[in-house]
Design a protein around this ligand. Structure first.
Ligand code: PEP
Ligand code: MG
Length: 886
């Protein structure tokens, strides 16, 4: 039979095109390198880089992320992955002079996951077995279990495997290796990993790599050990060697919090040579990577091995301090430095401190917890993540809760998200609680060993006192203290703020787009200016009507069923609005103030239909006391005594029925209010211009931008624009003074984006209302989306909440079209954004990219937006890709 042979060239071609799945490292060199994080994951790339740099790294190989993606696509890997893995294993065996599973001294390997972005590990069923055995044997430390107990543990492990896989644990080590590899690939898809990726905005399709490495042992006795550390303090940024280790232990023991580790400086006393070598190596690593390193090491019989290095996670305070110091040391440039702070971490500079005057010794429960993540917070104790969610509530009703646990695991993420702070009794500076809270910018005291936490009994004991669910405590994540009760807190440290200012001064010159604030009252406007806001991008005028003295007039205006009565009510509102606007103009001193005309669905101001029905039904049986309560409640609607209720309530219900809408968010709101009731627009325009003229007469410059909401057609715009301009002329004539102003619109409906060229003929500026634009583009109700969103995120149907970060493909595309078409008509058209996205770093980057003039966000996000905008500008100017620290 003739054999078919490929021509030489084809053979070479097919060899070349075969994917390289497995990258070997050992004997001083590696197939990969540190730049290959996409393929090798952070850990694998780091190992390759360390090996190439000649550091003592146990040899092994990395199976790259493509194999994981293949596993996800096909439910298994191709034969080629297996083949390359066996080949690398043979190479490792040759190098070590050992064989997997055979001989007196067989080769043992560790199998670990390693994605591009580091993700916290998970507690496995095996850990539970081990912990149960320790409990049974009444031992505390892993190393306390004797050989017999360990054998029993292995029998239990086998049962776990059998239960989950329905087969016996395989005895062939090659098969074990394959199963361990595939388990890592599957772990990428578990719920905890998905949640972590969602919170941290990490792409599900990245996949994880698998690192297989010859084992080294930190638990061979008292000349062995293992530890973790940072080249600088990750909480403060101080240039100090920082970390912890344990003698006679494996890596798990240090991070799991079972044994409390020893500060790394102790190692200098016990093993000075190893300590000096470690300092030398990590110092070199920092210089090599130009960043603070987070490293893992093992000492086996007095010989040091480096297991991992990566850029360390840090608090915002640390990020800025070490960026500045690294510039001073000549390690990085100022341009590099400005990317070293995640804009979301700016908040760290504004977290509270404990007021020392309020710290009485009797209230201090411990001073020796680890200062894991800065900021002092006060809250009520909860012992489970689920309780945290229930008790913290949502939105405005949020109650501060502190999640207290022996240690946290990835299962606690949802509770950690809603808690104001986390307190753990076990675990070190690299424990799950510490790492995750630093990333979230949330206060955390970890490893507070003097506090005993009994999660089952829902009790915390400290200094002989028992604390239960709902008790108030104060934790200080900047110093590691825990106190009973609600202690006084102080605002942030000016010294750190000075550093932030220096840092911002480096970044700001790169910023191309403006940053304004959404502010409705002078106090917020002032705060926004302190943070550097360059104007008000959105004043929601309806917020001014919720005040006690206004709401009755507002209600009267809404309930009026004829123009005359409506005008009477509006006349009462006019002076109040005028003084509000005057306050804003004064606070902003000539900076632009964008005032949006009345927008909300009117039912927000009225009593609920169902409640009225119940009140009417119960009126005949009501006691005198209950009637009095109702009179108070309905006083705004003219109820002066119990006798009025019988008449007023049904009248009110009838009007509420008339105004009732099935979907008020898409109903009688926005410009539709001003079009159906022009007198509302007239009153608001009058208040704005009278205030502007009054301000100018006081010597305060003004720059009013009157904004018409929820425009879908150009005729809506011209209708409302004409009223505003007419009233402006009337006021200027009456007052004998003219002020500069613009009339523009919000773009928050898809149609408005598509006909933006037409709208721009009438509007002098656009402000994208991306809250409503997201709502109307997706057809999601912004108030009810949370019923759907968790499933959508869990299923990967959406990658992130589109109300938090702009959906670039859909909503973003409409924004792009809106800007392009608007500027076709009016090339200099001023364009901004005032939806919540204006304070989200990745959305700010998008706004920069599509050529907006400014973003507008809440006062407390102004600095975040400024930095995000500066980084976006710098990325352009310096052509750095993905410069932002992840
Ligand atoms: C918006 O829709 O994006 C917006 C800013 O307006 P509001 O949130 O008040 O509807
Ligand atoms: Mg809106």
């Amino acid at each position: 039979m003739a054999t078919i042979t490929l021509p030489e060239a084809d053979l070479q071609e097919s060899k070349k095109s075969a994917t390289k799945y497995v990258y070997f490292f050992g004997g001083g060199k590696a197939d990969g390198n540190g730049k290959m994080k996409d393929d090798l994951g952070g850990k694998g790339a780091g190992l390759a880089e360390m090996m190439n740099a000649g550091l003592p790294v146990p040899p092994g190989f990395t199976i790259q992320t493509e194999a994981c993606r293949e596993y996800m696509r096909r439910g298994g890997v191709s034969k080629e992955v297996d083949r390359q893995m066996e080949e690398a294993l043979a190479k490792l065996e040759a190098l070590q002079g050992q064989k997997l599973g055979t001989g007196e001294n067989p080769l043992l390997v560790s199998v670990r996951s390693g994605a591009k972005f580091s993700m916290p590990g998970t507690k496995s069923a095996f850990d539970e077995v081990f912990d149960a055995k320790k409990k049974q044997k009444k031992t505390k430390l892993d190393t306390d279990l004797d050989a017999k107990a360990l054998k029993e543990v292995i029998e239990e492990y086998k049962k776990v495997v059998k239960k989950h896989t329905k087969r016996d644990f395989p005895q062939d080590p090659h098969e074990q290796l394959v199963m361990a590899r595939d388990a890592v690939f599957r772990s990428w898809q578990n719920d905890r990993a998905k949640t972590y990726r969602r919170i941290n905005n990490i792409d599900d399709m990245l996949g994880t790599a698998v690192n297989v490495q010859a084992m080294v042992y930190g638990n061979l006795g008292e000349t062995s050990g293992t530890g973790v550390g940072f080249t600088r303090n990750p909480a403060t940024g101080a240039k100090e060697f920082y970390g912890e280790y344990l003698m006679n232990a494996q890596g798990e023991d240090v991070v799991s919090g079972v044994r409390t580790p020893v500060p790394i400086l102790e190692l200098q006393r016990i093993m000075p040579d190893v300590y000096n070598q470690l300092r030398d190596i990590t110092g070199r690593l920092e210089k090599h990577y130009h960043d603070m390193q987070d490293f893992e090491f093992t000492i086996q019989d007095g010989k040091l091995y480096m297991l991992q290095t990566r850029n360390g996670k840090r608090t915002g305070l640390a990020a800025v301090r070490l960026a500045i110091e690294m510039v001073e040391e000549g390690l990085i440039s100022k341009e590099d430095a400005i990317f070293r702070l995640d804009p979301n971490q700016v908040v760290d500079f504004f977290v509270s401190r404990l007021d020392e005057k309020d710290v009485r010794p009797a209230d201090v429960l411990t001073t020796t917890g680890l200062a894991a993540s800065p900021g002092a917070v006060v809250g009520q104790i909860v012992f489970t993540a689920d309780d945290a969610v229930t008790k913290a509530g949502h939105g405005a009703e949020k109650n501060p809760v502190i999640l207290v646990r022996a240690e946290t695991t990835p299962e606690d993420i949802h509770g950690m998200e809603v808690a104001v702070g986390i307190l753990t009794s076990q675990g070190g500076i690299t424990s799950h609680a510490a790492v995750v809270t630093r990333g979230m910018g949330k206060s955390c005291v970890a490893g507070a060993g003097e506090i005993a936490v009994d999660e089952r009994a829902r009790e915390m004991r400290a200094r002989g006192q028992v604390f239960k669910d709902g008790d108030w405590i104060t934790i200080d994540g900047s110093t590691g203290r825990v106190l009973r009760g609600r202690r006084k807190l102080l605002p942030p440290d000016p010294e750190n703020l000075a550093k932030l200012e220096k840092f911002m001064n480096w970044a700001e010159p790169f910023r191309k787009i403006g940053v304004r604030a959404n502010a409705d009252i002078p106090r917020d406007a002032k705060k926004a200016r302190e943070f550097g806001a360059e104007g008000i991008g959105l004043c929601r005028t309806e917020h001014m009507f919720f005040a006690q003295d206004r709401i009755p007039h507002m209600r009267a205006m809404i309930l009026a069923d004829n123009e005359k009565d409506r005008r009477v009510a509006l006349k009462k509102l006019l002076p109040m609005q005028r003084s509000d606007f005057l306050g804003l103009f004064r606070a902003m001193e000539g900076l632009p103030v964008t005032i949006r005309l009345l927008d909300p669905p009117l039912h927000e101001f009225l009593p609920k239909r169902e409640k009225l029905m119940v009140d009417i039904a119960s009126l005949s049986r009501a006691t005198a006391k209950q009637k009095k309560t109702l009179v108070d409640e309905y006083g705004d609607y003219g109820a002066k005594g119990a006798g009025d209720l019988k008449k007023i309530l049904p009248q009110l219900l009838a009007r509420v029925e008339e105004l009732h809408e099935f979907n008020p968010m898409l109903g009688h709101r926005g410009c539709r209010l001003g079009i159906t009731y022009p007198e509302i627009t007239e009153m608001q325009a009058r208040a704005i211009f009278e205030a502007a003229v009054a301000a100018e007469k006081e010597g305060v410059k003004t720059h009013a931008e009157v904004m018409i909401p929820l425009i879908a057609t150009v005729k809506e715009m011209s209708n409302q624009g004409a009223i505003v301009r007419r009233v402006a002329e009337e006021v200027f004539k009456e007052k004998g003074r003219h002020v500069h102003y613009l009339v523009g619109t919000m773009i928050e409906l898809p149609r408005a984006c598509l006909v933006a060229d037409e709208i721009a003929k009438e509007a002098e500026f656009f402000s994208f209302g991306t809250n409503d634009l997201t709502q109307t583009t997706f057809g999601f109700s912004r108030d009810d989306v949370n019923k759907i969103l968790p499933t959508y995120l869990a299923e990967g149907i959406l990658k992130q909440d589109p109300f938090a970060a702009i959906d670039r493909d859909g909503v973003g595309e409409l924004v792009r079209i809106g800007i392009e078409r608007g500027r076709k008509t009016s090339p200099k058209l001023k364009v901004g954004i005032c939806g919540e996205h204006g304070g989200d770093p990745s959305s700010v980057e998008f706004c920069h990219q599509v050529g907006m003039d400014y973003v507008s966000c809440s006062p407390y996000r102004v600095l975040t937006a400024r930095l995000a905008a500066a980084q976006a500008g710098a990325s352009d100017a310096l052509k750095v890709e993905g410069g932002r620290t992840k």
